[in-house]
Design a protein around this ligand. Structure first.
Ligand SMILES: *Cc1c(COP(=O)(O)O)cnc(C)c1O
Length: 386
């Protein structure tokens, strides 16, 4: 029987290879430098450090591992406080639990959707009063958008608390012309399969402090002492990136700027086509910042739009289009029930962003026709005549 061809699935953010990765993988095979570490790893670290303008970088097996190393290097231990943005992926905070430390979640503010300097200050005032300041603040740059780093740095400096910048989603973004990921004492990137560039799985820890990154390399390779045999005096991890995967990363890094431009174009088209619909509000971009627009995110205000974010997601799914809710804030997660949380004001901003927010397919390989399908789907569910 003749039927209608099922429409091809449109994914949120699929991997987008450049073709240049194979050369580096081939080099690794030629020299049998499959593992451990090797020339692609060294080169990838140098290239990323140079790209973002950091003194040094350490390639690791995931962004989560990079956060864990940063916490370890800051000597985060049992019962220590670590502050963290609430509106983020669970990977931002899981390493706090690995260290048996206590997370405290900080709300977003409406202009960047990222950590509220107001809520952060409240939390710091409280913890100073208790005589127990946090060992670190993990600031997330959501969907490519930088947090208000100037204000956050100023507050953290007042209390002398180090910053880990979770730039897993914001490689290629800038804030006041400085690369995202270079504002904290540590920056971390992720090369997971859905990120703007990928090694299929991997991460990077960056810092200007070379000495501390030497320690990071030590911790990430089972903390092996300098001795003629295997000797260990400290707990260690197996967190380094393989030479093959670093090769994939090198091929991807060469096209990072193109990928950023393409994702920004995807955002621009969505905004142009949907930005004037009633109840549709796109994620803003701070004036002094440049977002890689990793994911196009927007709010659907049901009271004006007549549909809920869930209805839009369900409808698009029926059209074989993958859209998703904005991250469910960590203070609302069962894993973190009873965890302390500081709101921006009487409203709970991150909760409301979660309730209204959705992310649309934003891959750099998204075709014009595919994007048109997404746009028509949204107009359709909102009953807008096109
Ligand atoms: C992806 C992501 C991570 C974790 O990176 P992995 O490489 O998957 O471990 C951490 N934080 C945020 C905000 C992320 O989006």
């Amino acid at each position: 029987m003749l039927g209608v061809e099922p429409k091809r699935r449109i994914y949120l953010s699929p991997p987008h290879m450049s073709g240049r990765e194979l050369k580096y993988i081939h080099d690794a095979f030629e020299t049998n430098w499959i593992a451990p570490l090797g020339p692609n790893v060294d080169a990838f670290e140098n290239e990323v450090a140079k790209y973002v303008g950091a003194n040094e970088a350490v390639a690791v097996s995931s962004g989560t591992a990079a956060i864990h190393l940063a916490l370890s290097l800051l000597n985060v231990k049992k019962e220590d406080y670590v502050f963290c943005s609430s509106l983020t992926f669970v990977a931002s905070a899981n390493p706090i639990l690995y260290q048996k430390a206590i997370p405290v979640f900080i709300d977003s503010e409406p202009e960047s959707w990222n950590m509220s300097p107001v809520a952060l200050e409240k939390a710091l005032v409280d913890s100073a009063y208790q005589g127990k300041l946090p060992k670190a603040v993990i600031v997330v740059n959501l969907y490519g958008q930088s947090a208000k780093m100037d204000e956050i740095i100023k507050i953290c400096q007042q209390y002398n608390v180090p910053i880990i910048e979770d730039a897993a989603e914001s490689l290629g973004s800038t804030y006041k012309e400085k690369a995202s990921g270079t504002f904290g004492d540590f920056g971390i990137f992720s090369f997971n399969g859905n990120k703007i560039i990928t090694t299929s799985g991997g991460g990077m820890l960056v810092s200007n402090n070379r000495e501390v990154l030497t320690k990071a390399r030590f911790l990430a390779t089972q903390s092996r002492d300098i001795a003629p045999y295997y000797q260990h005096s400290k707990i260690g991890y197996n967190y380094r990136l393989s030479n093959i995967l670093a090769g994939v990363g090198r091929g991807q890094l060469e096209v990072l700027n193109e990928r950023v431009l393409r994702r920004r174009e995807v955002f621009r088209v969505y905004k142009q086509e949907l930005g004037k619909l009633p109840g549709v509000i796109f994620m803003p971009e701070l004036d002094n910042s440049y977002s890689n627009r990793w994911l196009t995110a927007l709010k659907i205000d049901e009271t004006i739009a007549g549909v809920t974010s869930q209805e839009v997601i369900n409808f698009l799914d029926g059209e074989n289009i993958e859209a998703r809710h904005v991250w469910k804030p960590l203070h609302m997660q069962p894993l973190f029930k009873d965890t302390k949380y500081y709101k921006h004001n009487e409203q709970d901003i991150s909760k409301s962003l979660f309730e209204l927010g959705i992310c649309l397919p934003s891959g750099s390989s998204l075709t014009e026709e595919e994007q048109e399908r997404v746009i028509l789907g949204i107009k359709d569910v909102m009953k807008i005549k096109v």
